[in-house]
Design a protein around this ligand. Sequence first.
Ligand SMILES: [Zn+2]
Length: 139
Amino acid sequence: MIRLTAAQHQFLIAAARAEHPHECCGLIIGHKEEQDWVIDDLAASENLSPTPAQNFEVDMRLRLRLQKELRGTGRRIIGHYHSHPDGTAKPSATDLKSAWEDDMVWIIVAVTAIEAELSASVYSDAFSEFAKIDIQVTD
Ligand SMILES: [Zn+2]
């Protein structure tokens, strides 16, 4: 299970809508409470992919800056998010191919002109696959 606030949920959908038809992307800052992931903050990244309608690439400089800032705070980068414009809210074949970091949370926001849907998965390097996890939106 991953927990996020209603405001964070709205932020993700708004980011996906704003970048449509390109993919939005960013980093997820959070921590673990027993088995659950808890999102503390979301950091939007410019999508540096040369083909932003089909792919995403988070700015590595943003990641390095956040890692430095988060040192010693108990919070860390637990994953990243990106959108699937007019797609489905599940990891694509391309996502699976580009996944390499173990225990990384992937949030995917599928957006069309009228609908939005979120999914969350954790990538396991040992099994080379994504495991879907439940999303809980809190106040
Ligand atoms: Zn994807």
